[in-house]
Write a protein that binds this ligand. Structure first.
Ligand code: KIV
Length: 267
């Protein structure tokens, strides 16, 4: 039987063909089945689970055990979507060896790819993990694990130096072997520039319409998260019809590039 499951080669082919990649966060089995059935390409077991599932006010308290547990829940059902899991705060910054040990635990739990925050500074770590057989996604732009360093969740790429650094980060991660990038909370033209600067898929989360795909936190796009929400979040439950309909509307809106709209982008 043909293996229809999404993988890194297929993600790359989607970029090459100009087909937007549809991603959502997912933390458990029931949603893993539903999102896969609705045509979502990529399930991110994000450290946003700290806020969404655990009720914390940031992603910082999340542990590898937590992400491994939720990865196992997501991987427990058959789904055509690729599973990517976040390396949580403190589980990869010490050394490439520490990062690989954490990544290996997430892969053992069912992750096909791991994501870590940081650019040029993390390139050696990305190289170390990738060379040992684990695909890595780099997360740049607003990196929520650095919230205290920013002093809040602040839009990135607002001046020339910051844009130049983001482009250098994207290229460094690609050269280190990253197979994908998540780009969070930057002005739409910066999303465009970074997408053009690399050959690997760039998934936007508040980075404008020109990325190779979009990702949102599931509970945000289902209208469950209490306001205030970032401007790039659309409530896909607003049209009614239940959870499945909301997810199908999201899949359609990403594929047709009607999401994000101009009002959902940072100028
Ligand atoms: O943890 C998460 O949900 C994420 C997305 C916001 C990209 O990293």
């Amino acid at each position: 039987m043909a293996d229809l499951r999404m993988n890194v080669r297929r993600l790359q082919a989607l970029r090459a063909s100009g087909t937007p990649i549809v991603a959502l966060t997912c933390y458990e089995a029931a949603f893993a089945r539903l999102l896969g059935d609705c045509g979502v390409d990529l399930l991110l077991v994000g450290d946003s689970l700290g806020m969404v599932v655990q009720g914390a006010d940031s992603t910082l308290p999340v542990t590898v055990d937590d992400v491994a547990y939720h990865t196992r829940c997501v991987a427990a059902v058959e789904s055509p979507a690729l599973i990517m899991s976040d390396l949580p705060f403190g589980s990869y910054q010490v050394s490439p060896q520490q990062a690989f040990e954490s990544a290996a635990r997430l892969v053992a739990a069912g992750a096909q790819m791991v994501k870590l925050e940081g650019g040029t500074l993390m390139a050696r770590t990305v190289e170390f993990i990738s060379e040992r057989g684990v695909p890595v996604c780099g997360h740049i732009g607003l990196t929520p694990q650095s919230v205290h360093q920013y002093g809040g969740y602040v839009v990135q790429g607002r001046n020339e130096d910051s844009v130049a650094q983001l482009i250098a980060d994207a290229i460094a991660l690609q050269e280190a072997g990253a197979r994908m990038l998540v780009l969070e909370t930057v002005p739409a033209p910066v999303g465009h520039a970074i997408r053009d600067a690399v050959d690997i898929p760039v998934i936007g989360c508040g980075a404008g319409p020109d990325c190779d795909g979009q990702v949102l936190v599931l509970h945000d796009m289902l209208g469950i998260t209490p306001p205030p929400l970032p401007r790039f979040v659309r409530d896909f439950s607003a049209g009614g019809g239940g959870v499945g309909e909301a997810v199908r509307r999201y899949v359609d809106a990403v594929r047709t590039r009607s999401f994000p709209a101009i009002a959902e982008c940072y100028p």
